[in-house]
Design a protein around this ligand. Structure first.
Ligand code: PLP
Length: 468
């Protein structure tokens, strides 16, 4: 990219306007007032460029989403062509468009088993919101209006609408100024083996989690519980890879008590774990509903989908009942987003990027594991192209640093100075690079992290905040 591109930015003006007018996602007021933001102007492959033209290797992949990498000419062309042909089409009033239809058929083909029905949304939160409403509708249609409560997990993230924030269970996202939907939403333990109760090995922890689920259903009453919501691997919760066999066992409990199993694959689909959908291929579970977004368009345009089973369809669409699923968004089935998703799928298949993600993801797993012996590193969790490093003050007791140390932010800012982005979440740094990431770029990520961790440990030692 030529420097001329970056010379056009009046950075002072941009920073002032940002501070004056632009409220960001998860806006931290004091920090933004003081430090502003990293303003990004361009992107190509796994690299993004700030308004000064500084280059960063984006190991976060946007926000878990830039799966095919940025700056693809053929994507730009496909989007432009569709804008010229049909920029918008009304998804209400008995109208459809060919691209939304084609994409729905494609998703039905790619999704496991009999997940043959697709509701297109505007992103991940609206996909999960749709799944929740679909669950309610389904139970109502089958004459079980009392069976509407749902079970989720602590540390889960399902989106940022009122409903999906209530469904999520991240303590750090909950602040007393907000209200959350309390009735009818229950949270189980986070299935994080690293934080299992003391003395429990992984097998015992798994039994504990399954029992907790079953006990919770019995406590509420199976006739009142509609569904279980789970990410195959909790992403924003810190790349929580549950004990082996967890999803299958939880799914079996769902079968036993007639609960729907909703797999929130907003992050884990479209190649991040080496499969179009991870539920069946990676975790051997056939969900009743899969929600997806992010990698569906690799972040080029907003889009999400709620993909559901024949079993649900047969109940809700029973002929002669005259029912209407009163749910929809102005931008449901948006033809330009649909074209973008179709082109994205074409690129993923043509370039064999799922297989590459498996291979290079395996290499990332191996290489990141070498950080485990460093000071500060409590746990390294990585499955294919989802990764997280958890920092602790004491490796033995797994005690965390006090919040004001802001360890994730320390690691992040030092990495950023070296041209690498790793997203901080309090005491964690998470990564989800584009599927196009190379072996050399993996080395760059791991070596930069190693350098930064060693330096941070030395500084914390010197300030007396870390014993070593
Ligand atoms: N579900 C999961 C598992 C996610 O990680 C996210 C976003 O990070 C969402 C849902 C919400 O998606 P969106 O931000 O597109 O609304």
């Amino acid at each position: 990219l030529s420097q001329a591109l970056f010379n056009q930015y009046d950075d002072k003006k941009l920073v002032a306007a940002d501070k004056a007018h632009y409220m960001h996602c998860f806006h931290i007021f004091d920090d933004h007032r003081e430090n502003g933001a990293l303003n990004i102007a361009a992107g190509n492959g796994a690299y993004i460029y700030d308004t000064h033209g500084r280059r960063y290797l984006d190991a976060v992949g946007g926000m878990w989403c830039t799966n095919i990498g940025l700056g693809r000419e053929e994507m730009a062309d496909a989007i432009a062509e569709q804008v010229r042909l049909l920029a918008y089409s009304n998804p209400f009033c008995d109208m459809a468009n060919d691209k939304a239809i084609e994409l729905s058929a494609k998703l039905a083909e790619l999704a496991p088993g009999d997940l043959n029905h697709v509701f297109l949304t505007t992103g991940g939160s609206t996909a999960v919101d749709t799944a929740y409403r679909l669950v309610q509708f389904y139970q109502g249609c089958r004459g079980k209006p009392e069976k509407k409560q749902v079970i989720s997990r602590k540390n889960a993230y399902h989106g940022s609408t009122f409903l999906t924030m209530s469904l999520g269970g991240k303590a750090a996202d909950r602040s007393p100024e907000f209200d959350y939907l309390q009735d009818g939403i229950h949270h189980l333990s986070c299935p994080n083996p690293y934080r299992a109760p003391q003395g429990m090995d992984e097998a015992a922890f798994l039994d504990y989690l399954v029992k907790e689920f079953e006990d919770k259903i019995l406590e509420i009453g199976a006739d009142k519980v509609a569904a279980f919501f789970a990410e195959p691997i909790s992403a924003s919760g810190g790349v929580i890879i549950p004990p082996k066999g967890y999803h299958k066992r939880m799914w079996e409990v769902c079968q036993k008590y007639d609960l729907l199993y909703i797999s929130d694959e907003v992050v884990t689909s479209f190649g991040r774990l080496g499969a179009f959908f991870a539920s069946k291929e990676v975790f051997d579970v056939q969900p009743d509903i899969i929600t997806t977004a992010k990698g569906l368009t690799s972040g080029y345009l907003p889009l999400g989908a709620c993909i559901f089973s024949e079993r649900i369809w047969d109940v809700i669409a029973e002929p002669g009942k005259g029912r209407c699923f009163a749910h929809g968004f102005t931008y449901s089935g948006h033809p330009v987003s649909a074209v973008c998703a179709l082109k994205n799928i074409e690129i993923l298949q043509r370039e064999n990027l799922l297989e590459h993600a498996k291979q290079v993801g395996g290499y990332l797993e191996q290489q990141l594991a070498t950080l485990k012996d460093l000071p500060l590193v409590g746990d390294v969790r990585c499955k294919k192209l989802m990764a997280c490093v958890e920092f602790v003050k004491d490796k033995q007791s797994k005690e965390l640093f006090p919040a004001e140390i802001n360890i994730g932010e320390k690691i992040h800012s030092k990495a950023q100075e070296r041209g690498l982005l790793v997203r901080p979440i309090i005491h964690l740094n998470v990564m989800s690079p584009p599927l196009t990431i190379t072996y050399q770029q993996v080395d760059e990520i791991v070596e930069t992290l190693r350098e930064v961790i060693v330096q941070t440990a030395a500084e914390l030692k010197q300030s007396g905040d870390f014993g070593g």
